[in-house]
Write a protein that binds this ligand. Sequence first.
Ligand code: NAG
Length: 476
Amino acid sequence: MGAISTISSSSLSALLLVCLVCSFNSEGAAAAIQHRHTIHVSSLLPSSICQSSAQELDKKSSLRVVHKHGPCSELHQDKANIPTHAEILLQDEARVKSIHSKFANKGSINDIDQNDAANLPAKDGSVVGSGNYIVTVGLGSPKKDLNLIFDTGSDITWTQCQPCARSCYKQKDPIFEPSLSSSYSNISCSSTICNSLSSATGNSPGCSSSACVYGIQYGDSSFSVGFFAKDTLSLTSTDVFPNFLFGCGQNNQGLFGGAAGLLGLGRDKLSLPSQTAAKYFKYFSYCLPSSASSTGFLTFGYGGGVSRSVKFTPLSTISDGTSFYGIDIIGMTVGGQKLPISASVFSAGGAIIDSGTVITRLPPTAYDALKSAFRKQMSQYPMAQPLSILDTCYDFSKYSTVTIPKINFFLSGSVVVPIDAKGIFYVNSISQVCLAFAPNGDDTDVGIFGNTQQKTLQVVYDGAKGRLGFASGGCS
Ligand SMILES: *[C@@H]1O[C@H](CO)[C@@H](O)[C@H](O)[C@H]1NC(C)=O
C-alpha cells in the first residue's frame, strides 16, 4: 500500500489499465511466463558436432561425461551399434523390469555356474541398457584408457579382459591385457573379499584354479563373468588407486554398445565410492549433458565444488540393502499447478534415482495426473502417434518455437527439483516429440527418477551423510 500511495493518480490509472488487461489472462502474464519454457524447436535435435564445455573440467578429480551414442563419444564412430529409439525404449523397459524384480527379491542370492555363464538366469540384475553415459578411466601399469558406462544402479566395476576365454563382444578400446600390467593380480577364492561378491553382484562367487570368479547378469541376457582381480585404477592423473577391485571379464555378452565395461557407483562395499571412501568419503556428483552433442562431468570428493544452490534430501530407506539410491517424492507441479496426487501414491512403492534408466517411471495414478495436466496445458499443439511406452507425443513440425509447461518434483526435506526444458521430452523427430515419462505397472512398484529428467542438474551423492543433493544449471 505504501508504494501505491506515493505514485501519482495518472500513473495509478495506467497501472489499473494494465491490470485490467492482464486480468483477461486467467493466470496473469508474469505467472504464465514463470511457469513455462519457451524453446526453439530446432534445439530439440542434437547437433552432429560435439560442443564440449571445457570449463567444467577445471574442477579437481573430474571426468568428462558424454552420451554413449553422441558426437562427443569415442564410441560414436561405430554407427552400426546405435540402436533405434524404439530399441532404446524397449531396453529401458527391460532395465526397469529387472530393477522391480530386485526390489521384489531384496537380499536373495543366486548361485552361478562359472562353467556355463550363458545359462545365467536372466531375471535379476540391472540391464545396462543403451541410454547411458560414459567416462574414460585408466587401468593397470602402465595405464590403459577404457571407456566405461557409469552406473549408479550397480556395484562392481568390470572390463572385458584378454584372453577372453569364452567370449568378448566388440568394443572400441583395445581389450585389457592383464599380462601386460605389472600391478595386476587375481583375488584368491579363499579370501573374504571373494565372498563379498555375493551382495555386490547378487550371485555367490565361483572358483577356478584357486582364482575367485565373479558373475553378474543383467535383465536382458547381458552378463559378464570372469576373474575377480585387483589393479591400479587411475581416475585422473592425480587420483590413482592401487589395488582397486574389479572384474576381469572372460565371458561377456550384451548391450554395452562398444563400451569396455562398467563403472559401478552403487552403495555396496565393492562399489567405486566405497573402495575410494578414504579419499572421497563416498561423495561424488555428476551432471548429465543436455544433449548427446554436449558434455557433462563426474566429480569425486568434496574438492569438486558444488553449486551453492544445491539442496539436499535424505536417502530413502526404501533402497536399504540394494545398490540403489532411494528418494522420497512428495509431489509434482506442471505449469505451476500442483498435481492432485495424495502423498500415499508416491510412498506406496517409494522411488530411486538411477543414472541408467532413460525415462522416469511414476506410479500409474501419478502418471495419469501428470499426463492429463500436461495434455491440457499443451492443447494448442497437434498430437502425434505414441512412441513405444510414451503415449503423449506432439508434432512440432509447423512451429519454430513452442511454449511448454515447466515440471517440478518435490522431494522430502523441502527440495524442489526443476526439470530442465531438455528433460521433459524424448525426441524421435520434430514431428514426434514425446513427454518423457511413463507409468509403472502398479502404484506399489518402485518409481525411478531417470536420466532424461536429470539432464543439466548437478546431482550430488553424499554417501557418508546419507543424502542426495540437487541443483539446476550444473552443465549445459
Ligand atoms: C589369474 O587366474 C587365472 C585362472 O587360474 C590364470 O589363468 C591367470 O594366469 C591368473 N593371473 C595371474 C596374474 O595370476
